[in-house]
Design a protein around this ligand. Structure first.
Ligand SMILES: N[C@@H](CCC(=O)N[C@@H](CS)C(=O)NCC(=O)O)C(=O)O
Length: 209
């Protein structure tokens, strides 16, 4: 059985999306990051990095953090969402790494410096918003070449990018100038598995949070 420690956040929505796409049962455990629960001692025992998501799999007694690593683990265990074709598989990893090292941190930092930083730092806002927009443009050019980010099949790389594009309101980004991302986002957002996952993670947020 899978347990997913998660909340309604860009990185943690990816895991329920993958599990819904795979059609396997799982339980969600809410970690309210708005209340700082990711820094509680009990959660730090699961992930000393103090961040969601975390996946536990009782079949193999594994506790795993990092959304990209979890996506790869699930795809390999269930033999879906990650092509066996060496070129498509390499393209999938390329996009996973672009997401984890480029788009995800740029969106996160842009949102932080725009919304949460205790002091307004124009240079930091400019740097990270510019980089986030550049990443969005890069993704647009990737999606100009194929239906999905690693070719013509939906994969874990689409799930990774979807998390932050879904939460693009945090860094105040829009899709008006990136028509290929817009087309892809609408298609991914409408997938029944994605609709179910979003409904479940949004249900974790207390109305007072
Ligand atoms: N590289 C990590 C990033 C995880 C991450 O930043 N999670 C955010 C939520 S989207 C979090 O837990 N933030 C709370 C904190 O950093 O204290 C991943 O992809 O899993």
């Amino acid at each position: 059985m899978y347990n997913v420690f998660t909340f309604s956040t860009p990185n943690s929505v990816k895991v329920p999306v993958a599990l819904e796409e795979l059609g396997v049962p799982y339980k969600l455990q809410a970690v309210n990051v708005r209340q700082g629960e990711q820094k509680n001692e009990s959660f730090l025992e699961l992930n000393p990095n103090g961040k969601v998501p975390v996946l536990t799999d009782t079949d193999r007694a594994i506790v795993l953090s990092e959304s990209a690593a979890i996506l790869v683990y699930l795809a390999e265990k269930h033999g879906k969402l990650l092509s066996q074709n060496p070129v498509t598989r390499a393209r999938t990893f390329e996009q996973l790494f672009v997401h984890a090292s480029g788009l995800s941190p740029a969106f996160g930092q842009a949102g932080y410096f725009k919304k949460f930083a205790p002091e307004h730092l124009p240079l930091a806002v400019e740097r990270f918003v510019t980089e986030a927009k550049r990443q969005l443009g890069l993704l647009d050019s990737v999606l100009e070449r194929g239906e999905f980010v690693a070719g013509n099949d939906f994969s874990i790389a689409d799930i990774a990018h979807f998390g932050w594009i879904w939460r693009r309101g945090f860094p105040d980004l829009a899709l008006d100038d990136v028509p290929n991302v817009q087309r892809w986002y609408e298609s991914v957002q409408g997938r029944p598995a994605v609709v179910r996952a979003i409904e479940k993670v949004e249900g974790l947020v207390p109305s007072s949070a």
